[in-house]
Design a protein around this ligand. Structure first.
Ligand SMILES: [Zn+2]
Length: 537
């Protein structure tokens, strides 16, 4: 075998003879192709030799080019390895920065499975000290997970069979870590006992969870509340629910194709509903952002027809002469459809997206669904009119409406929502508190102040006067969301907050198929606000 050393002197250290054997299959390839690729794949300082090499190569027969072909393949292999290595580095950086937490917490992580066999899974408590999930060791040494309040905390706490959900999923890592004192761990090891994982102290408050659960009554739907100044979720209820203690035996029934209840779905974070008139918060904010006034006048005759589409106010009520503010308080669809027609669709979309539409909600809420706002500049007038008062194609989750309301209550700033207050070792020797952090500014302080006054007018003179109380000042917006075209059936919505001497509680309520927001959802919120006002801190 003959080769020209000039061709190879600057290549990586490879065994050319071995590579040429590997390259024999390619021996019949076009000479010029092999030659050019070979030279090009060597380093740049070979360019001057290229023409020289070509001359030498041109006189060779096909046997002579086995080596150049092999070298080309060697180069390709080298580059492939380099690319794979680079890819691994990039994936490693991506994994460490974005994915590692969720992988560590994943129930499919073998390390967590190993941890679970060595430790007794930690407990979950409410912020006021009620144990809402715990592990019990039976006489035979087996361990079973127990939920002392059955259905009450079902969706918030979640489960650990056939996958995981709720806090059991998001806090899996903490529940399987042990920070008890070193001495205690040694002692347990010597006695052959398992150590116990850390306790997760949730932000849920037992009194608010109970009143949220009971106030929603037999209705399907969701109630979720949050402290706007800290982001702490104080209650989270979704119905229909399930009893996590008997979930294993009921699993088939709850997840069968015949089941229409979707009881395992957490409607608070994953429910997808038309917002109804609660969306007037977004429309009003955009209307004012586009330079319009709270004093603009509208005339409501109970219905309004434009471009072949007719809008009705609830029960065809004629609201008469109104301002922007009274139209908001009365939840007048006629006035809002007229406001919608004046809006710049693209700016409206921008505002909606600043308010977390078409955006993932904070991961700290656990599994949640995006809200969607579909107006993009090309919508027809009928769609614009319907969208302005919360129908059309707009979809929201109760948790998203809670975040929007909380930001208004907190002068425009949305705090990072959290379900975890602190992590404590089983022997109380170590406690890690979760700090409150700002998530995003959704609107300016001045805009939030205007929205606060609009939401206050709903309680003083509009559709939520039932929320008048001497114990607190309430704010909000009602909604009745049609969920079937042409049907009179509606979901009952309320979003708002109360202020008790500076302590605030924001709430989102949806009661499926329960009619007007004022008739079902507002009384639910009232019961929750009443209870909140009696709490000491
Ligand atoms: Zn009206």
């Amino acid at each position: 075998m003959r080769y020209d050393p000039d061709l190879f002197d600057d290549l990586p250290e490879v065994d050319i003879h071995d590579l040429s054997r590997n390259g024999r299959d390619s021996s019949s390839r076009n000479v010029n192709q092999g030659e050019d690729s070979n030279v090009n794949s060597s380093r740049g300082d070979h360019r001057n030799r290229k023409s020289n090499s070509k001359r030498k190569m041109s006189s060779r027969n096909t046997k002579d080019i086995k080596n150049p072909t092999s070298i080309r393949e060697a180069s390709i292999i080298t580059y492939l390895f380099l690319l794979m290595f680079l890819g691994m580095i990039l994936y490693f950086v991506y994994f460490m920065s974005l994915k590692s937490d969720s992988f560590i917490a994943s129930s499919y992580n073998p390390r967590m499975t190993a941890q679970a066999s060595k430790l007794i899974r930690g407990s979950i408590e409410t912020s006021d000290g009620k144990v809402i999930a715990q592990s019990k060791v039976n006489a035979d040494g087996s361990v079973e997970r127990n939920y002392p309040y059955n259905d009450l905390y079902a969706h918030a706490v979640g489960y650990t069979i056939k996958g995981m959900s709720g806090l059991e999923k998001t806090e899996n890592f903490s529940l399987l870590e042990c920070h008890s004192s070193f001495l205690l761990q040694i002692q347990n090891d010597l006695e052959g006992k398992k150590n116990t994982g850390d306790t997760v102290v949730s932000t849920l408050h037992s009194k608010l969870q109970e009143v949220s659960y009971n106030a929603l009554g037999d209705s399907d739907g969701a109630v979720i509340t949050m402290d706007p100044s800290t982001g702490k979720i104080l209650s989270m209820v979704s119905k229909p629910d399930f009893n996590p203690n008997t979930l294993a035996s009921n699993w088939e029934e709850l997840t069968s194709e015949d089941s229409t209840s979707s009881a395992l779905l957490n409607r608070a974070t994953q429910g997808q509903y038309a917002p109804g008139s609660t969306f007037k918060i977004v429309t009003a904010l955009e209307y004012l952002r586009e330079g319009h006034s709270l004093e603009d006048s509208f005339t409501c005759k109970g219905s309004y027809t434009n471009d072949g589409y007719t809008v009705h106010c609830a029960a065809n009520e004629k609201h008469g002469e109104e301002t922007t503010e009274s139209a908001f308080a009365n939840s007048c669809n006629v006035a809002f459809s007229q406001m919608g027609l004046t809006l710049d669709q693209k700016k409206w979309k921008t505002t909606a997206e600043e308010l977390l539409f078409n955006t993932n909600l904070p991961k700290s809420l656990g599994t949640s669904k995006k809200s969607s706002f579909a107006i993009d500049g090309n919508a027809d007038q009928a769609t614009v009119m319907a969208t302005a008062f919360g129908q059309g194609k707009t979809i929201v989750s109760p948790a998203h409406m809670l975040l929007l309301t909380s930001a208004i209550a907190n002068d425009g700033v949305l705090m990072e929502p959290t379900l975890v207050d602190s992590i404590r070792s089983a022997d109380s020797s170590v406690t890690k508190t979760i700090d409150k952090t700002k998530y995003k500014t959704l609107m300016s302080k001045e805009e939030a102040s205007v929205m606060q006054s609009l939401m206050r007018s709903v309680v003083t003179e509009g559709t939520a006067t039932k929320l008048h109380s001497d114990a607190y000042t309430a704010y909000g917006k009602t909604g009745s969301a049609e969920y079937e075209t042409g049907s009179k059936d509606t979901h009952s919505w309320f979003v708002g907050y109360c202020n008790v001497n500076g302590r605030k509680l924001a709430i989102a309520v949806i009661a499926e198929g329960q009619g007007y927001g004022s008739s079902y959802a507002v009384p639910v919120a009232k019961k929750v606000f009443d209870t909140f006002s009696t709490l000491e801190n």
